[in-house]
Design a protein around this ligand. Structure first.
Ligand code: SAH
Ligand code: SF4
Length: 427
């Protein structure tokens, strides 16, 4: 049976995997608004903050290394617990930085072990603006566990089969909030040193990491929040921190061709493309960004994706919609289109949501389609739906956060330069 828990209080109540104590010193010393969120700053930015305190560059580098290790390797949220750091340095950190975690609004565990959290992020610099709610999903398997992370609250695009697309964009998530989902999930799953695994939900045993893979497949279009996603993923893959290999991080895009090359050059993670149709006419309807970046341009950008090889393929996602895109002819055309690209094909059974205009193809149809794809040399292409009973499956995520007024959005975003990665679509 699936079960759920309404937590409705800050993450401070969680007892699993909490080596450092949650939320640290938020209520002591300087007010939140004066503090810089440490999570989401890269090393040079931390150094700059420390130098503002009068540290010489060499000491600032040393202190940065210490902070990095405590925050990303050990998962601490309390400067007081940084045992190899002098009291003066700890006080300096606490006077300059905060280490916040999102509030856990709810946690649901599916009968198949998938977990969905609703995390709430409040911007301490703008206490009067509403907090935003973000869904993050954890999909455990025997020896691995995948965390599905959100990049935006809502989405500017409205792919016709996707529930997230029915929620207007509320705002981009900051790099700290993207990393906050990973850090909070690691904490709750007991993935930091001395952490304890939850007893339910089939989390892999203590000798493997609970989170071995990250996919940017939650709410939002990651390439419309390029700068923050880039920063977060570079920090997540930093070898002295969370240390997730870039081969175990996948960024899924609906096809923002203008940013695909940059994603390869500047982030270097694995790429997934939400293809879903093999001709422009249908793709314009299912994935409307196709009107701006048609199939020919998308496939050309894929062919040119930096670092592509047979060992490093692009995943093409294809949602199976009954009577819409699931014929034998579609399957053959799919194989033909991808012939010159090192590719994997991932057929996704359509996950229904209230009011969705489509049905999932029959299992028989999916198998016949998959056979054609298999015969062309693509192994096991069907993605098993996970967490459907708790609405955690692909395309089912949606929070109730509402769009802010234009003025409030400007107040929130402009000073932090968080909209730098926007494309024309979003402006
Ligand atoms: N915005 C990005 C990433 C998030 S969606 C993108 O579109 O790629 C992750 C995947 O789930 C995408 O391939 C998306 O097309 C697919 N998806 C969306 N709604 C779905 C649904 N109802 N059933 C199955 N897959 C869906
Ligand atoms: Fe946005 Fe991706 Fe959903 Fe399309 S499929 S609406 S891009 S989240």
């Amino acid at each position: 049976m699936a079960h759920s828990l309404q937590i409705n209080q800050s993450g401070q109540s969680a007892s699993v995997g909490d080596p450092g104590g949650l939320n640290g010193d938020l209520n002591r010393g300087p007010k939140d608004g004066d503090l810089v969120d440490l999570v989401g700053l890269d090393r040079s930015e931390i150094g700059v903050e420390l130098e503002k305190f009068g540290l010489l560059p060499r000491e600032a580098r040393m202190r940065t290394r210490q902070l990095w290790n405590w925050v990303y390797v050990n998962g601490l949220t309390d400067f007081e617990k940084m045992s190899n750091v002098s009291k003066t340095a700890r006080q300096m950190f606490a006077a300059r930085f905060m280490l916040r975690r999102p509030e856990i609004v709810s946690e649901q565990v599916s009968s198949d072990g998938t977990r969905k959290w609703l995390f709430r992020f409040k911007d301490p610099k703008h206490p009067n603006l509403p907090a935003v709610d973000v869904e993050t999903v954890y999909i455990p398997e025997n020896k691995r566990g995948t965390l599905c992370v959100s990049s935006q609250v809502g989405c500017t695009l409205n792919c016709s089969f996707c529930h997230t697309g029915t929620q207007m964009l509320v705002r981009n998530l900051t790099a700290g909030e993207i990393l906050g989902q990973i850090l909070m999930a690691r904490q709750l799953l007991g993935d930091f040193p001395n952490g304890v695994r939850p007893s339910d939900g089939l989390v892999p045993k203590q000798d493997t990491r609970a989170i071995t893979n990250v996919v940017m497949m939650g709410m939002g279009e990651p390439l419309f929040n390029f700068d923050n996603v880039k920063k977060a993923l570079l920090i997540a893959s930093d070898g002295e921190g969370i240390s997730l290999s870039k081969r175990r991080i996948t960024l899924s895009t609906s096809g923002v061709v203008s940013h695909i090359g940059r994603a390869g050059d500047e982030i270097g993670v694995m790429l997934a493309i939400s293809l879903h149709a093999v001709n422009n006419e249908l793709r314009n309807e299912l994935v409307p960004i196709n009107k701006k970046f048609p199939l020919e341009e998308l496939l050309a950008a894929c062919k040119a994706y930096p670092g592509l090889s047979n060992a490093r393929r692009i995943t093409f996602e294809y949602v199976m919609l009954k009577g819409v895109n699931d014929s034998d002819a579609d399957a053959r055309e799919l194989v033909r289109l991808l012939a010159k690209i090192p590719a994997k094909i991932n057929l996704i059974p359509f996950n229904p949501w209230d009011g969705s205009p489509y049905e999932c193809s029959s299992w028989e149809r999916i198998e016949t389609f998959a056979d054609i794809v298999n015969r062309a040399g693509y192994a096991s292409p069907v993605r098993t739906p996970r967490g459907r009973d708790i609405f955690a499956a692909c395309g089912q995520l949606k929070s109730t956060s509402e769009r802010l007024s234009k003025r409030a959005q400007r107040a929130l975003e402009t000073p932090q330069k968080e909209i730098a990665g926007k494309t024309d679509e979003e402006k």
